[in-house]
Structure formats: C-alpha cells, structure tokens
Design a protein around this ligand. Structure first.
Ligand SMILES: *Cc1c(COP(=O)(O)O)cnc(C)c1O
Length: 426
C-alpha cells in the first residue's frame, strides 16, 4: 500500500468496511440482531457508563449501521456520523441537542416541503421556534439573529428549484452569531458538494435519496464536522453540562471533536428512538458504492433535459443552476462544478392545469413524491408537496402553480426527452 489518501470513489466502496472477522464475508453482513452479549460484568458496566465503545442494543448502535456511519463521515470529511431512521429523524435529533424550549433557529425559506412542515408545526410544539430567512439575501440571516438563536439551517442545493446556496456566506453569519451551521446536503450528496469544506458544522442527509439512490429504503444521517466549540458561553447545555444519566460526564469535555455525534447517539437516538434498521443500512451502503457513477449520470442527464425544456414552446422558464443563463450558475460553478444536481423545476405557459395534465401524460417518468431514485420522477408541487402553503409562500419557496418538479434518473436521456416531448404536446 502507498501512503496516498484514498480518493472519493475508493472511499465510496471501502470506507468503514473490512472483511467480516469471523466469516470472511466481503460484503458488509446484515447484523439482524437486537442486542449483543457482553464479555463480562465489567465490560457491560463500562459500555453503559460510556467508558468504552461497543455494541449494546440496536436502538443505540449496530455493526452494519456503523459501517454506513463511517462511510458517510469519510465522504463528507466529518469526524463521525450517526445513522437514523429517516432524514426527518436526523433533523429532530440534531435540534434536540441544540435547542431548549423557547429557543430559535434560522432556516432558509427554500426547503424540502416536509422540512417546512416539520419546522413550522411539530417543532413549534416542542418550543423550538423557526425564523425564516431568504437564501438569496444573506443579510436576511444576519437580521434574524437574536440572543435565543441556536443554529442556522440551509440546504446546499435547495428543493424544489435546485437553487444553490452560498454556504460560505451563511457560514460567516453563523460564525459571527456563535451558532453552528447545519446543511441539508441531500440533493447534492457529497459527490457534488462537501459542505464542511465550506464552513458547515453539521451535515444532515435523507439517505432515502441519492445516497441510497434506488428508491428502496428510508434513512437519515447526521455528520459532525468536529469544528464547533460547544462549551463556549454555556449555550449548549446538552453538550457542556454534566449528564446525570452518565455519572455526570460532560460530553464535549470528554469526547472533543466528535461530541456532537455522540450526543446525537447517547441522548437523541437513545431517548427519541428513531433507529435505522440494519437491513436498510445494508441497502444504502450498497447504493453508496456507485454514488459517484450514478451522480455524474444524474447530472449529465439533467443538464440535457433542462436544455431541451428551455427550447420548448410550451415552457415559460426552466430553473436549473447548470444552465449558463441561470441566476444560480455562478454559485453552481463555485460549489458544484461537476454538475448542478438532478432535481429542478420548470414552469408551463398553461399554468396549474397544464402542470396537472403533464404529470398524468408522462409514461416513463413516475408521478410520485420522492427524488434521487435511479428512475426519473415528476411531481406538481403546488398540488402536492407544497399544497399546505398559501399562494404567496408557494411562489416564494419556488413552488408556484405553474411549476413542475423533475428528479432526473439514470435512464437513457433520449428516452426521457421523448417522453417529455409526447406529454408536452398531448
Ligand atoms: C426527503 C428529504 C428530507 C426528509 O427525508 P426523509 O428520509 O423522507 O425523512 C429532508 N430534506 C430533503 C432535502 C429531502 O429531499
């Protein structure tokens, strides 16, 4: 072996995994077990007291999930990661470590529709208050900061319009406010953008999308960049104060630059309970092995389709940051030079009715509420994912009545274009 650091594609196949020490199995086995036998009573006590690391119970950790965690941490350039049952579970677990009732966090207004719901309603019932900012106006984040602000949340490539966020500019605001920057990197995946390289302190993913990549498993992950000082000012008591259930240890003092990932596991996952099934972890790991190949194909197909749609007479506009005419193209060149992702929107001259009719006439595209599948997908956000918003908020979040969202798969682009062509002329 040379001392070269492995490249991204090598990490996607190998990081975290080794042949199974007992059987020699080369693929990571599915450890389909709830619990693990202790060596002896002292071993059990040290695991429970966080004096040593090891397997106890699959709600808190599992060897298949551990390979997935190590792999995603390596791909994102973080110190540690925690796999959970869904992207939404990742968001709850992260916020539980950061916010006390009455606290606030600032979130970009352009977000996955489910996140807008989760932040506006469920989080409110925990006393966690979202304050919205405009990702195209960095000063709006600065203006939103108050003494109760505990975090800033953005998407790297934002749903549904595929716009690119200026991560470094938002990170500067977060640093100044003394709060961590959380980046939802679902639509980019670490193949396109590694938010930690641009100042993110925490990265979250829905593994359900491009990382798993095959539309067969729900999962989520939290990546700790190891960059944030949790003990400064006592603003993050979950991390800086003694934990009564762990003999009074202070997580940040004890675990240093992976304390946040530990807190998410031993407080969040332990108490809230959204554990990822090892079977899903296996499927997602298998998906990640081909992430670089799939993601490049997703992006190349998406660009060809965005170009086709831009020239079509029934289309009034295409919002794809990979087009040189797009207002996010400069940011795409800086943050996502290999391609601008595969999820984007376009608007139809025929408005709401044309959108509804297009989704019913497409044959190869599946009409459903997901993104990041090998298959191409379509949805009309105004009547589905963003239907809970009022008309003004729909337009502000990029989901106006005439907007159709595509998630471009890895099929032959000529077949996808032919399907769009027939549906647009129907
Ligand atoms: C799907 C998605 C989520 C939520 O993930 P689930 O796995 O469905 O819980 C969060 N953020 C983005 C950008 C998503 O696409």
């Amino acid at each position: 072996m040379s001392d070269r650091l492995p490249g991204f594609s090598t990490l996607a196949v190998h990081a975290g995994a080794q042949p199974d020490p007992t059987t020699g199995a080369r693929a990571t086995p599915i450890y389909q077990t709830t619990s693990f036998v202790f060596n002896d009573a002292d071993h059990a006590a040290s695991l429970f007291g966080l004096q040593s690391f090891g397997n106890i119970y699959t709600r808190i950790g599992n060897p298949t999930n551990a390979v997935l965690e190590e792999r995603v941490a390596a791909l994102e350039g973080g110190t540690a990661a925690l796999a959970v049952a869904s992207g939404h579970a990742a968001q709850v677990v992260v916020m539980q470590q950061l916010l006390q009732p009455g606290d606030e966090f600032i979130a970009a207004r352009k977000l996955y529709g489910g996140s807008i719901n989760q932040f506006s309603h469920s989080f409110k019932s925990f006393g966690w208050n979202v304050v919205w900012a405009d990702p195209d106006d960095i000063a709006s984040f600065e203006r939103a900061v108050t003494p109760r602000t505990k975090a800033i949340f953005i998407e790297s490539i934002a749903n549904p319009g595929g716009s690119i966020t200026d991560i470094e500019a938002v990170s500067t605001v977060a640093r100044k406010a003394g709060v961590p920057l959380i980046v939802d990197n679902t639509l980019a995946s670490p193949y396109l953008i590694r938010p930690i390289d641009h100042g993110a302190d925490i990265v979250v993913h829905s593994l359900t999308k491009f990382l798993g990549g095959h539309g067969n498993s729900i999962g989520g992950v939290i990546v700790d960049a190891g960059t944030f000082d949790w003990s400064k000012d006592n603003r993050y008591p979950m991390l800086s104060e003694p934990r009564p259930e762990y003999h009074g240890i202070k997580l940040h003092e004890t675990f240093g630059n992976f304390a946040f990932a530990i807190a998410c596991r031993v407080l969040g996952l332990r108490d809230l309970g959204p554990a990822l099934s090892p079977f899903n972890a296996f499927l997602i790991l298998t998906g990640i092995e081909t992430l670089p190949l799939r993601m490049q194909r997703h992006c190349d197909n998406a660009k060809a389709i965005a170009e086709f749609l831009s020239g079509h007479p029934a289309v009034s506009s295409v919002s794809y940051a990979g087009l040189s005419s797009d207002k996010y193209n400069q940011l795409a060149r800086k943050y996502s030079p290999k391609g601008a992702g595969a999820v984007f929107t376009f608007s139809l001259k025929g408005g709401y009715d044309a959108g509804v009719s297009l989704v019913s006439n497409l044959k190869l595209f599946s009409h459903l509420a997901n993104v990041g599948d090998t298959r191409s997908l379509v949805i009309h956000p105004a009547s589905t994912t963003h239907s809970q918003l009022d008309d003004a908020a729909k337009v502000k979040s990029g989901a106006g009545p005439d907007v159709v969202r595509l998630s471009i798969g890895i099929e032959d682009k000529e077949d996808l274009i032919a399907d769009l062509e027939q549906a647009l002329s129907a």
